[in-house]
Ligand binder design. Structure first.
Ligand code: 9D3
Length: 280
């Protein structure tokens, strides 16, 4: 899993921490409703989220939408009123699933409908929803979901970006991952969650590991120098450079200190020169 240190770190203390959280009611619950429960379950057994589940900090249940149908054929979809191509997810099974979840798992704080027409899900949403104790995630499929689900069952509808997927399952996994890793204790190193690039508002600085020279490409000398102050400064500057080059839209909202603003003026000057040269 690439994190041997965290895996091996103080298992006894971690177990105490988990028990304390469980007793304090700090376990986060998710219920995911889908017509492809095995696909979703497969994405939740590995990595950080898988470990969050086995350690007891994340209580995630995946529900098969077809279990909430009442006809012989377990029908979840139907033709659209007014005609047109494709099928639409029927409201009854989705309402039935959320009612069952309410009865067996308690009233959720949020019911998220995965929808290509939803508002874009952001890191701010992940942090907000990690403070909730219980989130339900509904996965759409086919051409869409009956609008009454969005109006009267979901509390918000969210998209993960402007590209067409085949359904809400991959978005559900992305969103549960983003929220789940913000729950205290799920990521071993709390600091790495706080320093996450999007939390700082900038992209990350470049990373290097051994060897110091690979096929003639050398690691920047400063990283081998052992001068921790200079390394810290190099990383802040390179994070800013990467962001200016690749995501200039993020720079406007990033909280920069005086030194970073000074560097930014220099970097933006360089960028304008590049643009002039590009058009020549
Ligand atoms: C022809 C119009 N399409 C809307 C852009 C129809 C359509 C496309 C894809 C209807 C449903 C879907 C399935 N996608 C999702 O359910 C989905 C999704 C996505 O496709 N992209 C980004 N985020 C999400 S969240 C749910």
């Amino acid at each position: 899993m690439g994190n041997g240190a965290a895996d091996a770190a103080h298992p006894a203390e971690l177990e105490h921490e988990r028990q304390a959280r469980a007793l304090a009611g700090q376990v986060m619950k998710f219920d995911i409703v889908t017509i492809f429960p095995r696909m979703v379950e497969a994405g939740l057994v590995e990595g950080v989220i898988g470990r969050g589940r086995t350690s007891g900090l994340l209580d995630i249940v995946v529900h098969d939408l077809r279990a909430f149908t009442s006809d012989r054929h377990r029908t979840v979809d139907d033709v659209p009123f007014g005609g047109g191509p494709g099928m639409v997810l029927k409201p009854e099974p989705l309402f039935g699933a959320v009612e069952k979840i309410r009865e067996t798992r308690g009233t959720p704080d949020a019911v998220l409908l995965m929808s290509p027409a939803g508002r874009r899900f952001t890191q701010a949403d992940a942090r907000r929803l990690a403070k909730a104790g219980h989130v339900v995630v509904l996965c759409g499929r086919y051409e869409g979901v009956d609008e009454r689900v969005r109006e009267h069952l979901a509390t918000e509808d969210v998209s993960i970006g402007d590209y067409v997927l085949s359904g809400g399952e991959v978005p559900a996994l992305a969103i549960v991952d983003a929220i789940g890793r913000q729950v205290p204790g799920v990521v071993g190193d709390e600091q790495s969650v706080d320093e996450d690039s999007f939390t700082r508002g900038l992209l990350d600085h470049p990373h290097y590991t051994r060897p110091a020279e690979f096929r003639g490409h050398r690691v920047p000398d400063v990283l081998l120098s052992g001068h921790h102050g200079e390394i810290r400064q190099w990383r802040r500057r390179e994070a800013l450079r990467q962001t200016v080059e690749r995501r200039p839209d993020l720079v406007a909202d990033a909280p920069l200190d005086d030194e970073e603003r000074k560097w930014l003026r220099g970097l933006q000057g360089l960028r304008e020169q590049d643009e002039k040269q590009g058009s020549e």
